[in-house]
Design a protein around this ligand. Structure first.
Ligand code: NAD
Ligand code: WQD
Length: 339
């Protein structure tokens, strides 16, 4: 690729890990982030880990003038659009903030790309767009539909990008549907640093191991699964990051818009996670069975064949790797980036 790759939201959990993999693969990157849910320290550590410098713009992707300035200063050829708000529960409380931020940032980015001749775009979509599906193994052609405002923003953005690629035949767009990203870089220097009390399972497991959450709730043990707890497709964030490098390569020879799952293809239950975390790290968790959480599907995992076929990518790390790397990051950074 001759030009640079713009990472919107590049200071975040998945963006920072993708930054490392892109730099290691020889790409020139530019990051824009408003630090709504991240810290500049993450990018400082990305530079330290890779030994490479790159431009960082502190700006809101919805800010048209700021994006215009960035594109006029940097030769952007492709963008990976991570920037967005992602807390499902919060999106139910603050739907307008979610629709405004996630949709407006996408429209502003795509319009600025169009004005500056950049036509390759990777979008952070989510397995949450399959929420309406009745089966557990998700293939990309299943019908989509959502149950919360966060999910609807992903659904709507996917449609917007399909329409953009249909109207302008020179666009190359990958809609990457992530399953459940967990883990951290094996150096322990970068990882997930959620604001406030986390909702996702793995950060909560770690807070339980640290004693911050005294008793972890397992939400339901009466699902139609082998041990009764919900099954998800947990994917190591470094594998996920490598999937973005593969997607950018794929876009070099592709025009149109394609949805591609990034998952391992293997589902694990909540109890599998707790047991593996305890064994891999030699720690004891304290948990109890609690009522089901509203909106949870019994089981959801990727059919990863399309990514294998088109991107020549597949996840390699094990569940034990995910648990070990997440815990290393947490122990080395008990207060996240704000040490
Ligand atoms: P994150 O919150 O760690 O990263 C998002 C980044 O975007 C943050 O650094 C935040 O400060 C930034 N940001 C948000 N709005 C912005 C704006 N208007 N302008 C500039 N920067 C802005 O989240 P993540 O887990 O790294 O997720 C990245 C993307 O992947 C998100 O779009 C998310 O919806 C999607 N996704 C995440 C998961 C997951 O479980 N982590 C699963 C599926 C999809
Ligand atoms: C996993 C499992 C819970 C916490 C969410 C979003 C999805 C995507 C990924 C962005 C479930 C159970 C959890 C706890 C528990 N994000 N659980 N006790 O719900 O699969 O997906 O993150 O796109 O859109 O919805 O992930 O980590 O919240 O839950 O038992 O304290 O762990 O019931 O079965 P989920 P999660």
């Amino acid at each position: 690729m001759k030009g640079k790759v713009l990472l919107t939201g590049g200071a975040g959990f998945i963006g920072s890990h993708t930054c490392v993999e892109l730099l290691n693969a020889g790409y020139d990157v530019v990051v824009v982030d408003n630090y709504a849910n991240s810290s500049p320290e993450a990018l400082r550590r990305v530079k330290e880990l890779t030994g490479k410098d790159f431009p960082v713009y502190q700006a809101d992707v919805c800010d048209r003038a700021a994006m215009e300035k960035l594109f006029s200063e940097q030769p952007i050829e492709a963008a990976i659009h991570f920037a967005g708000l992602k807390a499902v529960g919060e999106s139910v409380e603050k739907p307008l903030e979610y629709y405004r931020n996630n949709l407006d940032s996408t429209l502003t980015l795509v319009e600025t790309m169009r004005a500056h001749g950049a036509r390759k775009l990777v979008f952070s979509s989510s397995a949450t767009v399959y929420a309406a599906a009745s089966q557990s193994e998700m293939t990309e052609d299943l019908p989509t539909g959502c149950i919360n405002p966060y999910g609807w923003t992903k659904y709507m953005i996917e449609q917007i990008l399909r329409d953009v690629a249909f109207a302008g035949k020179d666009w190359s767009v990958a809609l990457l549907r992530y399953f459940n990203p967990v883990g951290a870089h094996e150096s322990g220097r970068i990882g997930e640093d959620p604001n406030g009390i986390p909702n996702n399972l793995m950060p909560r497991v770690m807070q339980n191991a640290l004693g911050i959450i005294p008793v972890l709730g397992v939400f339901g043990d009466d699902y139609p699964t082998p041990d009764g707890t919900c099954i998800r497709d947990y994917i190591h964030v470094v594998d996920l990051a490598k999937g973005h490098v593969a997607a950018l390569k794929y876009l070099e020879g592709f025009t149109g818009c394609d949805a591609i799952n990034l998952g391992t293809g293997t589902g694990y239950s909540v109890l599998d996670i707790l047991n593996t975390f305890e064994q891999a790290n030699g720690v004891k968790l304290r948990y109890e069975i609690q009522p089901r959480r509203a909106g949870d599907a019994a089981a959801c995992y990727a059919n990863p064949e399309k990514a294998k076929r088109l991107l020549r990518w597949q996840a390699e790390k094990t569940l034990a790797d995910m648990c070990r790397d997440a815990w290393r990051w947490q122990q080395m950074n008990p207060r996240g980036y704000n040490a």
